[in-house]
Design a protein around this ligand. Structure first.
Ligand code: SF4
Length: 302
């Protein structure tokens, strides 16, 4: 009954906001790249995505954070294309090359419901930023047909706070991967000069909406902010500044997953500073900073 009430509230919010979200596509500013092209007539900007949604895959995922997996896995839906364009992307065939199949919003709603039916703990929207209006429309349909599990917004951190504001009451869990705190790195590795500024404002907006991560009695996340940070080789200050921001500007209670799985992919082999995995010392330093800043949630406390 509680789920039904929450679903109805979400549907009401979507009904109010969907027209505005769709209108943003007319002169696209869904993300801070603000390409200004009309996606409603099929024009494409940096993300190479017209007014259509493309899905690379969907399945229960057991490799996500424990708090997202639960017993049935996290119901991940991987969207093709991306608004970031990192040169070290591990999923470049999906994010850069657009591998996937085009899908209607009705079919996307079906996918969401099938993941829930399979026992998934949530709907985990991977790289959703550039297709938010279609996702929200699909959510509206799925909610009408019984979707109750939490919605996870799993993004690369380069978001428009004004667009995020339209997702208040729709997204339950925000999971940004904060990649860069140094402008020279975001410029060189993703061609973006304002990544850090936008990421900081976006994470603040996410936290304002959902607060810290809340888990239920089974240890599964139901609401809140979960931050990821992939440690890159040869740039310790990048990591230190991300952790400092989270601790001092968001909250030391923030759940943060500091990731050590970087490996050179896509064009990273051609960049000497990116052409290797991180060392144990680099990862240990990152964990040490997290402890020093008082970040106590996320499995790095030891
Ligand atoms: S969503 Fe795509 S088209 Fe729109 S502003 Fe961002 S990169 Fe450009």
């Amino acid at each position: 009954m509680e789920g039904t009430c929450a679903s109805r509230q979400k549907r009401d919010v979507i009904k109010q906001r969907l027209p505005e979200l769709k209108e943003i596509l007319r002169c696209c500013r869904l993300c801070p790249r603000e390409c200004g092209i009309n996606r409603l007539i099929g024009e494409t900007g940096f993300c190479a995505t017209p007014n259509a949604v493309r899905i690379a895959s969907w399945h229960p995922h057991f490799g996500e954070e424990d708090v997202l997996v639960g017993t049935g896995g996290s119901g991940t839906i991987f969207f093709a294309h991306c608004n970031l364009g990192c040169i070290f992307c591990q999923n470049y065939s999906i994010s850069h090359n657009g591998l996937g199949m085009e899908m209607t919003v009705d079919k996307l709603a079906e996918v969401m419901l099938s993941l829930q039916k399979n026992g998934c703990s949530n709907i985990n929207l991977v790289t959703p930023t550039h297709v938010v209006p279609a996702i929200v429309e699909a959510l509206s349909i799925a909610l009408e047909q019984g979707l109750t599990v939490p919605v996870v917004y799993n993004c690369g951190g380069y978001e428009s706070p004004s667009v995020l504001a339209l997702l208040e009451g729709v997204v339950d869990i925000y999971m940004p991967d904060i990649k860069f705190s140094k402008d020279f790195l975001s410029i060189e590795y993703a061609g973006i000069s304002d990544y850090w500024e936008q990421a900081k404002r976006s994470v603040e907006e996410m936290y304002r909406q959902v607060g810290g991560l809340v888990v239920n009695s089974d240890g599964v996340a139901v609401k809140g902010l979960l931050v990821r940070h992939l440690v890159l080789p040869n740039c310790p200050e990048n990591t230190r500044q991300v952790l400092q921001f989270i601790a001092q500007e968001i909250s030391t209670n923030t759940y943060i997953n500091i990731m050590d799985q970087y490996r050179p992919c896509y064009r990273a082999h051609s960049i000497p500073l990116l052409a290797r995995q991180i060392t144990p010392e680099e990862f240990a330093q990152a964990l040490s900073w997290a402890r020093e800043y008082g970040l106590t949630r996320g499995g790095h406390e030891q």
